[in-house]
Write a protein that binds this ligand. Sequence first.
Ligand code: IVH
Length: 697
Amino acid sequence: MSASTALIDVAALSRDQARSELARLAAAVLRHDRAYYIDDAPKISDAEYDALRHRNAAIEALWPDLVRNDSPSARVGAPPASGFRKVRHPQPMLSLDNVFTDGELQEFVDRVRKFLNLEPTAEITVAAEPKIDGLSASLRYEDGELVAGATRGDGRDGEDVTRNLRTLAAVPKQLRGKPPARLEVRGEVYFPIASFDRLNTDQLAAGKRAFVNPRNAAAGSVRQIDPVITAERDLGFYVHSWGEVSEPLGDTVSEVRDRLSGFGFEVTPGTAVCRQVTDMVAYGERLYAGRSELGFDVDGIVYKVDRLDWQERLGASSRAPRHSVARKFPAERAKTRILSIDVQVGRTGALTPVASLRPVTVGGVVVARATLHNRDEIDRLDVRAGDLVTVQRAGDVIPQIVEVDRDARPETSAAFVFPEHCPVCGRRAVREPDEVVIRCPAGRACDAQAFQQLVHFVSRNAFAIDGLGERQLRAFWDRRDIREPADIFRKADDEMWLEALSGEKGWGATSVHNLRAVIHGARDIAFERFLFALGIRHIGQGNAAQLARATESLARLMDLVDQAHDPETPAYAELAGVDGIGAAQIRSLVAYFADPATRPIVEHLLEAGVNVEKAEAPPADSPLAGRTLVFTGTLAGLSRNEAKARAEARGARVASAVSAKTDYLVAGDGSGAKRRKAEALGVTVLDEAAFRELLEG
Ligand code: IVH
């Protein structure tokens, strides 16, 4: 990017100049945001800063198709500081599954009842609470003394923000009463609305910029390098759950709340106990109607099974507990115009139409782009460039266009024509039978796909390489420094390259030092993350986790996949026995590891020193560890799902069909064909009592 474009009048910029000027402005605004929000040391005046943003907006208005993903018009505030120490959570900090309708709330309760094998009429008491719109954090206490505080991070590893959290008045440094020797509480750091308003008034009075919403301000305040800034911000902390504890805290959610507040914590206020789904719905309606009176932002309701012995039995999937569920408040909407519709190519080749919008604030966030998903969606909405549309945003969900105002359509508008060729590599696009998605079939030979795979590779749930986002990768990609994942690690070892980088615009000795440290730290990676990071089609986070657990090591997975070309092989059967893995997933794995364009990606990563940690072995002392189980018939005391979850937690693999590889058939009432097959094959048949003994053993 040449410095000279900065001097050219907006109207006189050529297309190429406009593109590089937008890149320069995005980088400049980001740099000044960092200086302002993170270092608290602005390098230019507010007027100069505003001029940069204005210039960016003016160029975008003239060249709407050049609007960048990282455009300052779509982003408000600075990315938080990197450089906090990573800490592993003793137990993962999970997320919550969402429900959207009364019917789904009923289904949640039914699912719990079924899992626990309760009578259809059995009452399930549920604790209902406000879902606080803040930043989740955990606090660890030893013998009543605060020893550590961490952000949620990716759920497995958070950031050590102990010094910052200590400054909050609502975070007790020493607990009262008789807390367990080891106690980890979890909760939400939030900005009380009154404090948030005061902060913004002060910001404006001091000639500084206002924060967009309380949640962003809370997150930015916790992740400050200097805890003094955190201390000045008047943040609150509500405890809503707990992690590792050395002794039980009570029998129900309600009891635990009372105990925690006895230790000196502030627990989520405005809770209620519901006995029927109708009570749960009514609670939600009351909370929604009264939300502006609460004094803090709430983005929904959390419902939790009240009995903790039931919570324990219900357990969790890799993502979320089965005992709780969130119901988000209805989405917020706003109207704006579509500036253009562009087709983007994703990492699996999907051609996705995306609308560039005249920036509009929806639910406290500025939205400048919205996905149109696919060609069918464009036809369904009959949406065109220039249209006035209603945009909706629900929680963290990507903004969506829900309605087109046909009366406000410009007379000159033309229907959108979906391209027949990939807009990046020019290959003819294909639509597979029964699929709505239209794809570029070129794979890594298409630059857009190879690039998006890199973006996915560094993303939060994959290698989580902070400081190497799409913008930085784009620059390295364009000059051919980073073209495949292993290049990231090669460059981090290349002292000359790093040295040269630290002299470049947008970089400096500190940011290069940090980047290098993050990349080095990322070398040791959990198997499931590694597998997810490869971006293999149909292998999302859930499937990657299941495969990692089932096969334990990368070498073994590759071995199985190499033998699974033929569906008749035991390797194929073993893969197909993994939860969530079917023909589509196996086909995709086989293709990935057989393709000379993709297999070397893995080999090069290993050569570059990436160390794929083995999946955590299940408890080795359990008699079920490593055994393959099949269930048949009905068990009296356990639902099939609970039996399966408990067996898996003890290290067993649960398959659906009996084969010579089956170790045990657990036979309940009414078992027939499977039992006969097991007996014929000499497989040990267990009755319910024997199975329970193995579970305990
Ligand atoms: S219970 C598995 N209760 O919402 C985590 N969470 O969307 C269960 N949250 O990461 C925690 N208010 O940080 C619980 N009253 C509340 C909550 C709450 C906000 C957050 C929590 C979690 C996120 C999931």
